[in-house]
Design a protein around this ligand. Structure first.
Ligand code: CU
Ligand code: CU
Length: 405
């Protein structure tokens, strides 16, 4: 084999995205927009949820009389893009005993018109524009609200910003909540369980899988109903935390994120070493009631072997997407094994690009703006390459043996 790819944060990107919650609730009117930074058109999404009063397992062998959207705690993740229209329909299942309703924190509407309670067998339909990007709560607002939330009627709506955040290698969606046995317990704030995504120690049973140095993005929502979350990952520091998930509300280098009842965050983090890293609410009385999970970090445990030879740099030039053989500079480039045969691509453009060998000889994966990726060539030859998203971008690497003296 001619080449080795070096580990690269940008190298795994979208293919590695793991979505914990199912997005099946979003029935798309037309085709959902990709995360293309140039896309600007709004879309209209039909989101249909059904209120079910159901029995739900919340810890191994422990079942709760729950109120739900679509039968699960939490309800499904709804995901749209800033500016999109959500055409929402709630059906209160005919065999329910109670009225239910829907309150979308991502909407700006008249409460008495839109968030009114409907009886079993009834349906309500309304539309709203998701104007603000972020991580928002949705929940039943029917009195007593504390009980409808405490019994499970909530979920997360993610509104992706018009100008996307840098791509993450992994995405996870976590909802923290308290589960109670009785109304007295609810009023005294003494939950039986405090959980992530509706189940006691869910991600101890099934840890979240990540790789060393990957950019991990957690969409985190605390639905309460009454306790604050002190979201913390043991053994790392949050690189960035976006309060309520809005890219403009950025904080850096946080050990713990403060997430109030009904608050959300986006937390970006990486793991430097192979191993396990728990995540908790650092309010440890609550963590001990089931708000505990694990990241399994896999990948290269040891640092990669030193490359054979030094490096040569190719710049991906501004405006590269519209260029051909001048998208890469220099092009062609001649490198010599043992001298400079690790080629580093540095992306000076505002779009993500790849350097992908024709016939699959090598691939950097997506290189984000301002980032780089490298490939070490160990066999002589001529390697034609292109950019996967922009195949008009073409380049050539000529790899030579070191000249004999
Ligand atoms: Cu309800
Ligand atoms: Cu490109």
């Amino acid at each position: 084999m001619a080449v080795q790819s070096s580990p690269s944060r940008a190298g795994r990107t979208a293919l590695g995205v793991a979505i914990v919650m199912v997005l099946a609730v979003v029935t798309v009117a037309g085709v959902r927009l990709s995360m293309d930074t140039t896309a600007t058109l709004s879309k209209r999404y039909d989101v249909n949820l059904v209120a079910f009063e159901a029995t739900v397992e919340v810890a191994p062998g422990d079942f709760m009389a729950a109120y739900t959207y679509n039968g699960t705690i939490p309800g499904p993740v709804v995901r749209v893009r800033q500016g999109d229209v959500v055409n929402f329909t709630l059906t209160n299942a005919g065999n329910n005993t109670l009225g239910h309703s829907m309150d979308f924190h991502a909407a700006t509407v008249a409460w008495n018109l839109y968030y009114r309670t409907i009886a079993p067998g009834q349906t309500i339909n309304f539309e709203f524009v998701a104007e603000y990007p972020g991580v928002f709560m949705y929940h039943c607002g029917t009195p007593p609200v504390i009980e409808h939330i405490a019994r499970g009627m909530y979920g997360m709506i993610v509104v992706d910003p018009k100008d996307p955040l840098p791509l993450a290698d992994r995405e996870f969606f976590l909802v923290q909540s308290e589960l109670y046995d009785t109304m007295d317990d609810m009023m005294n704030k003494t939950p039986t369980y405090v959980v992530f995504n509706g189940f006691h120690n869910r991600y101890v049973h099934t840890p979240l899988e990540v790789g060393v140095d990957e950019r991990v993005r957690v969409y985190f929502l605390n639905v309460g109903p009454s306790l604050w979350s002190a979201f913390h990952v043991i053994g790392t520091v949050f690189d960035r935390v976006y309060t309520d998930g809005n890219p403009r509300n950025v904080q850096v280098g946080l050990q713990t994120a403060n997430v109030p009842p009904s608050g959300g965050i986006i937390a970006d983090l990486t793991f430097a070493q192979v191993g396990q890293n728990p995540f908790v609410t650092h309010a440890f009385a609550d963590a001990s009631k089931g708000a505990l999970g694990l990241f399994n970090v896999t990948g290269e445990g040891a640092p990669p072997p030193p490359p054979i030879g030094g490096t040569a740099t190719v710049r991906i030039v501004p405006g590269a997407a519209a260029k051909t053989t001048d998208a890469f500079d220099p092009n062609p480039i001649v490198v010599v094994i043992g001298v400079n045969n690790t080629v580093v691509w540095v992306n000076d453009d505002t779009l993500a690009h790849t350097a992908t060998g024709v016939n699959g000889t090598f691939d950097t994966g997506l290189i984000q703006p301002g980032q780089g990726a490298s490939v070490t060539f160990t066999a002589p030859g001529t390697y034609a390459y292109y950019c996967l998203p922009h195949p008009n971008m073409r380049g050539t690497i000529v790899v030579q043996e070191m000249a004999a003296h």
